[in-house]
Write a protein that binds this ligand. Structure first.
Ligand code: UT7
Length: 331
């Protein structure tokens, strides 16, 4: 039987062991636990240890998802590594993970780079490739080593980000199967690229000693601008994906938004009219892990039984680019 749909089989996540609390940061820079909690909702984040890399947590999250799904490494026939912080520019994170997991030689593996909307872009790509019969078990990973690209002297940004990885396996399905992906909508607007950027390290500005001294090889952000765009875009794309599928907010059991800042999450939920008890959050524990926030939230809420079979899940993300996306899944 041809697959009319694709579905998510299971979730896995992995975080570095090292915990960096707000109090730890307050010892290094002019900030406080109270300020960070009040403005962002973040209490702590995880940080890769020296010698640990993005591919370590990406592979661990993938292994956890495969174990949970009962899928053997030999079944995976495509790896999509959604990331903004690969181990290196060449080879891709996807290829590094393929080698780490010992997947079959020849299995394609590549990266998707669309800032914090990356994992939803990965789901959309996987869905299309599964429904057209190109692939049967697509590993979709969202994994970041953001603390490697943070200017630890810039209190405007360094308190926000953390490292982490989440993964799923997308497989052929019929419309009424559990975990079915109903839709994903993805948008970009490159005109606002400068409000959140990592200026050096590409062809426009190589990482010269001067660029490094000026910390241009780190994330730079106009926080207020990003905040305003994030709230507007996530509300709009959430409404768009619901309307396209003849659904309303009342049909949604769980709203799983990108975890950048609790205030952004609350503002989006309020404007949508989504009650707080149906909004999934883990930003207090991990900070903003970009492409990893949605899959790690899904993993946590599914594993402890809060997200249950048959429930409708609305996922929404926003990030640099600008990029923004929304997806619907019936677990
Ligand atoms: O995936 C998307 C990623 N990006 C984001 O999610 C960022 C979106 N933006 C935000 O989350 C918020 O804009 C921030 C959390 C970054 C900042 O919050 P805010 O309420 O917009 O603060 P602000 O930038 O307006 O700064 C208010 C004050 C400033 O001091 P002055 O100029 O009023 O004296 C900042 O210098 O807070 C100061 N400040 C801090 N103080 C203590 C900024 N960062 C800190 C800090 N600790 N870490």
């Amino acid at each position: 039987m041809t697959a009319t749909h694709s579905r998510l089989l299971a979730f896995g996540s992995a975080f570095p062991e090292r915990v960096l609390t707000n109090h730890d940061l307050a010892q290094r820079i002019d900030t406080s636990d109270a300020w960070i909690r009040e403005r962002t909702g973040i209490e702590q984040r995880r940080q890769l240890a020296d010698g640990e890399n993005n591919s370590d947590i990406a592979a661990a999250a993938a292994q956890a998802a495969m174990a949970r799904a009962g899928i053997d490494a030999s079944d995976i026939d495509l790896v999509l590594a959604c990331t903004n912080t690969p181990d290196r520019w060449l080879p891709s994170l996807g290829a590094a993970v393929q080698a780490r997991l010992g997947l079959r030689a020849g299995v394609p593996a590549y990266d998707i780079v669309t800032a914090c909307a990356g994992w939803l872009a990965g789901l959309q790509t996987a869905d299309a490739l599964v429904r057209t019969g190109h692939h049967r078990h697509v590993l979709v990973i969202g994994s970041e080593a953001l603390t490697r690209f943070v200017d630890w002297s810039d209190r405007n940004t360094c308190v926000l980000f953390g490292d982490g990885a989440g993964a799923t396996i997308v497989a052929p399905a019929q419309a009424d199967d559990g975990g079915v992906l109903i839709d994903v909508r993805l948008h970009s607007d490159g005109r606002y690229g400068d409000i959140m950027t990592l200026p050096a390290g590409g062809t426009a500005m190589p990482t010269t000693p001067e660029a490094a001294t000026r910390r241009l090889n780190c994330i730079h952000m106009d926080g207020r601008e990003v905040y305003a765009h994030a709230v507007r875009a996530m509300v709009e794309v959430s409404q768009e994906v619901l309307t396209r599928n003849g659904l309303t907010l009342g049909d949604v059991d769980w709203f799983v938004p990108h975890q950048a800042n609790l205030r952004i999450i609350q503002a989006v939920a309020r404007r949508l009219g989504m009650p707080a008890e149906r909004v999934a959050t883990n930003v207090h524990k991990y900070g903003n892990t970009s492409t990893a926030t949605i899959p790690t939230c899904l993993q946590e809420y599914e594993a402890d039984g809060r997200i249950r079979r048959g429930q409708l899940v609305l996922m929404t993300a926003f990030g640099g680019g600008l990029t923004w996306a929304s997806g619907l899944m019936r677990w």
